[in-house]
Design a protein around this ligand. Structure first.
Ligand code: AR6
Length: 185
């Protein structure tokens, strides 16, 4: 394929999407994505579960990021990696999804959270990546929209990641993702 400067850039391909009902802290993958907040110092939901199960090394690595490259925290839609501590993965990729807003379309920020997570995964050399339903809990996104944006974004992002495994915590969330996969072809 002709690149922007007339050279040739090989397309890496797009990840294969798989769905699983379960707890992401048990996922045996190269990298686990965390639905974090900008402060990066932990929280509830999947963030709390990852820090609990992964142990103090993750929090220590997040504190180090705040001390060095991210003094103001991680902006919404961005992603950054740390050790996975005691999780059965090599890295945690922390991303911050947008809070849902009724009067503003923040879809692009949610898409960015997935794209940036895949970009960081590529930098790390991760080939299997587990994702939660970013922004679909405390941050209030309607499940159908959250699932559709997640699936269409991952499906259209050029990446060397082979498998993007959505690990979904309830039947309701799983069903929303299954519908999104079915309707995105
Ligand atoms: N494995 C997989 N999914 C999980 C797990 C788990 N162990 N635990 C919860 N979920 P949320 P957000 C699901 O609220 O909406 C935190 O306090 C959950 O059922 O964790 O992006 C952060 O620090 C839901 O479907 O993330 C932020 O402050 C999905 O994970 C804020 O919440 C996401 O729900 C981020 O909110």
């Amino acid at each position: 394929m002709a690149g922007p400067r007339g050279g040739y850039s090989a397309r890496m391909g797009t990840p294969e999407i798989t769905l699983e009902r379960g707890d992401i802290t048990t996922a045996e993958v190269d990298a686990v994505v965390n639905a974090a907040n900008s402060g990066l110092l932990g929280g509830g939901g999947v963030d709390g579960a990852i820090h609990r199960r992964g142990g103090p090394a993750i929090l220590e690595a997040c504190r180090e990021l705040r001390r060095t490259s991210l003094p103001d925290g991680l902006p919404t839609g961005q992603a950054v990696a740390t050790t996975a501590g005691d999780l059965p993965a090599r890295w945690v990729i922390h991303t911050v999804g947008p809070v849902h807003a009724k009067n503003e379309d923040r879809s692009e920020l949610l898409a960015s959270a997935y794209r940036e997570s895949l970009r960081v995964a590529d930098e790390l050399g991760a080939r299997t990546v587990a994702f939660p339903a970013v922004s679909a809990g405390v941050y209030g996104w309607p499940l159908g929209d959250a699932a559709r944006i997640a699936v269409t974004t991952v499906r259209t992002t050029d990446s060397a990641v082979r498998e993007a495994r959505f690990v979904l915590f309830s039947d309701e969330v799983y069903d929303a993702f299954a519908r999104a996969v079915a309707s995105s072809g």
